[in-house]
Ligand binder design. Structure first.
Ligand code: HEC
Ligand code: HEC
Length: 394
């Protein structure tokens, strides 16, 4: 009896061993013919190498501000090894509940504003809406209290703020968000951090190649735990990102940076000589200048149409001097004025655009907009407009 069991066990072991051997052989054979599988294994290896190199670069360049473990340093730079960067919601049920309540509130408001709703019903609706608002406020207060240790370090679990990308309104992918930040840095962040995030790409004057930046992105993304993030991970973050008071211009600046190859576009200012020198380095495009002047193309910095033709028209009798012949008048009349002795036509035009009150064209009033130099025009836009005005030489 005993013996038979023992023999049985040994036989079992042999069987198991044989089956394993067969399985291994089948697997090897399958692996040999399964190119896709091998490709995948190869890609995984490549990925592992990218992450490894990214880790080395991160240790050498980033830890002084973002911490050894990427969890940020208080008062210095935000955590990247951080559920918030990856958009993890610790309270999906509350988020859903609030989204339902917000939907109900909208339906109620529509009903309230529809014709024929009785006053009695309106009162009922108002009472329910007040109830909803209170419930939402309570839910938000509760989830904030539930993660107090993180909230104290700047984490906000309410609304869409649990996700950095949603909070900022970033329309692209996480990869593009990280890579763009790495390439150009965030010069704007000097407003709310002691040192801004520097630009790292060689294309933006930094020390790293694009493939190196991509490896760093791979390293940062390898921190993502997907559904596996825990509250302990959240509490381990030393510093959460700061949301600029109005994120829209901030996002716009990041996007402008992305387009402009890393040079933060800035308004030209009001120093005529300095502006003339900046503009001289650029090539003005009269066709683009015409579109800008006529409001058909938005100004780069503000992304809105310029107001020039609201006051300047091709013919006379407008609020401002007529556009036709502007350049001729500058050369033949304005520069003859004693105060412009030694000025070039460009300098006069720049001055009338950025410091319009300096000199008032006879017969006109000091009505020209005053913020073109300080807020609206960057050097390229101005160069293009000047090139266009130079064609107004009839
Ligand atoms: C001098 C300090 C400093 C160094 C060095 C630095 N950073 Fe930053 N980094 C910052 C600051 C400050 C911010 C926050 C910027 C903001 O809020 O716009 C930031 C933001 C970021 C962000 C965006 C995070 C977010 O939530 O908006 C990423 C990604 C990032 N850094 C990656 C890196 C990497 C990778 C390196 C190394 C190659 C690095 N940083 C080196 C200071 C630094
Ligand atoms: C709100 C009305 C208004 C707007 C908008 C306006 N201007 Fe003017 N502009 C004037 C007036 C009025 C004058 C003449 C008074 C003066 O010299 O300031 C003038 C003068 C000028 C002159 C000097 C012309 C000359 O004959 O010496 C230039 C150049 C000029 N504007 C360009 C522009 C450009 C470019 C824009 C758009 C980016 C613009 N202006 C927008 C009202 C306006």
């Amino acid at each position: 009896m005993f013996e038979r069991m023992l023999v049985g066990k040994i036989e079992n072991r042999i069987t198991v061993g044989l089956i394993s051997l067969v399985l291994i052989m089948v697997f090897l054979g399958w692996a040999a013919i399964n190119e896709g599988g091998r490709m995948q294994a190869f890609q995984t290896m490549e990925e592992a190498r990218a992450i490894e190199q990214g880790a080395v670069l991160f240790a050498a360049n980033c830890t002084t501000c973002h911490g050894l473990d990427g969890r940020g340093l208080a008062g210095k730079a935000p955590g990247l090894n951080n559920p918030m960067l990856f958009g993890h919601d610790f309270f999906p049920d509350v988020t859903k509940q609030i989204s339902n309540l917000t939907g109900e509130k909208k339906t109620l408001n529509d009903e309230k504003n529809a014709p024929g709703t009785t006053d009695a019903r309106k009162t009922e609706i108002d009472a329910r809406i007040a109830e909803i608002d209170k419930t939402i406020a309570d839910l938000d207060a509760k989830r904030t209290a539930d993660v107090k240790a993180a909230a104290d370090k700047g984490y906000n679990p309410t609304g869409v703020s649990y996700s950095r990308l949603l909070e900022l309104g970033w329309a692209g992918t996480l990869d593009s968000f990280i890579l763009t930040t790495l390439i150009h840095g965030r010069p704007v962040s000097s407003n709310y951090w002691p040192q801004p995030m520097p630009a790292w790409s060689q294309t933006a004057g930094g020390p790293l190649r694009t493939d190196e930046l991509e490896n760093i992105v791979a390293y940062i993304k390898n921190w993502d735990k997907g559904e596996g993030w825990t509250l302990d991970d959240l509490y381990a973050v030393n510093q959460f990102p700061i949301l600029p008071k109005d994120p829209a211009p901030y996002i716009q600046q990041i996007q402008l940076l992305q387009q402009s190859g890393g040079v933060l576009p800035k308004p030209v200012g009001t120093d005529v000589k300095a502006i003339a020198a900046d503009v001289a380095k650029l090539t003005g495009d009269p066709a683009r200048g015409e579109e800008l002047y006529h409001g058909k193309l938005p100004a780069t910095l503000t992304n809105t149409a310029l107001p020039c033709t609201g006051c300047h028209q091709q013919a006379a009798n407008a609020v401002g001097p007529m556009t036709n012949g502007t350049y001729t008048r500058v050369v033949n009349e304005r520069l003859k004025e004693p105060q412009f002795a030694g000025w070039t036509p460009e300098e006069y035009l720049i001055d009338s655009i950025v410091n319009p009150s300096d000199y008032i064209v006879p017969g006109f009033q000091d009505l020209m907009v005053k913020n073109l130099g300080t807020e609206v025009l960057n050097a390229q836009d101005l160069a293009d407009i000047l090139a266009y005005i130079k064609t107004m030489n009839q």
